[in-house]
Design a protein around this ligand. Sequence first.
Ligand SMILES: *[C@@H]1O[C@H](CO)[C@@H](O)[C@H](O)[C@H]1NC(C)=O
Length: 374
Amino acid sequence: MPSLYRLLCLGCLLAPAGCEAPQAGSGTKAPKKRRRGPSLRKIPARTFLMGGDELSGAPGTKQVSLQAYAIDETPVTNSQFREFVKETKFRTDAEKYGWSFVLNSSLSKAVLQESGQHIESAPHWVAVQKAWWRQPEGRDSSLKGRWEDYPVVHISWTDASAYCDWAGKRLPTEAEWENAARGKRKESLYPWEGSSDISTSGRWMMNIWQGRFPLENLLEDGYHGISPVKAFQANSYGLFSTVGNVWEWTSDPFPTQSRQEEPQWTLKGGSFIDSLDGEFNHKATVVTRMGNTADSGSYNTGFRCAAGKGGGGRKRPPDQKMLQQLAEDGGIEAVQEYLKKSGSSAQVFTPSELQKTREELRKQESSLRSPEEL
Ligand SMILES: *[C@@H]1O[C@H](CO)[C@@H](O)[C@H](O)[C@H]1NC(C)=O
């Protein structure tokens, strides 16, 4: 029979942020884990069909069963991220690199002129010196007026993982993210109930791009670039800003084209440059996904955290070929690091650790056989 203590603990894992951890009886205190960042929303256990939209990057469907878990109601905001940085002195990857990618039409003329580098296949993405979370559009920008309501951006997978850890949470799995974004009507490709055609329902329900990208933005949704996290209606689970606005990191690996490539992690939900029908950039739905390396972040990359035992719906065991390549390139240590980061319960040992384990076992054996024991 599970002890009362365990039941209480599960209760506090799933409680909304700000709720005090209940205390177990007879004078023992349940460990109090302070949760920080956005409020958590409870997502009940259920089975749903994940994927199922070709233009969103997942043509096939997969039945996934999830235990109950909780997920942040919004992406992490600038002021929430500032609290983490103040306390830990954390430096994001964009700061370390000294630059990040920004959409050209969001830059001032001055910064645009001095930023020569862009992506060959996507010239509207410009490498901007000193663009990082505090200066999303480079040196002449600031977060004035955007601290409380706007999602933090230029965030890498490594940055996001560190924040969630600090906040007493973790990154959601891709399945958890998609399931939560669908809301109560799990068949929906969009966070809201009812019609998928948001342009005829009269009101835009998410921050994506209308017009001819990148030259024309009709602003029908009211925003050129990033919008406040609560600019649009919440879904039936109380989640805001899932599809569109900024991409959000998950804890799932993303398959790469070849073994030579650096491992990638899955991002969900598309961003403000995406389209309703996939005519340009991505088609924006709850299924929309892409991958990027752990140190990558840009002007449209943010995240939210999750909580609860979960880790549910992890789709694949680690790719054996990729692990082999990792081991060849970086040794067992690289594999261990990868498994740890991906939240896998699988374990590998270095030869010396294996030796130690064997010695440990032998010692136990011999002590068992020692005369005192017999
Ligand atoms: C942004 O880049 C695109 C090329 O993709 C170009 O056509 C457009 O004029 C640029 N806009 C600005 C404001 O520089």
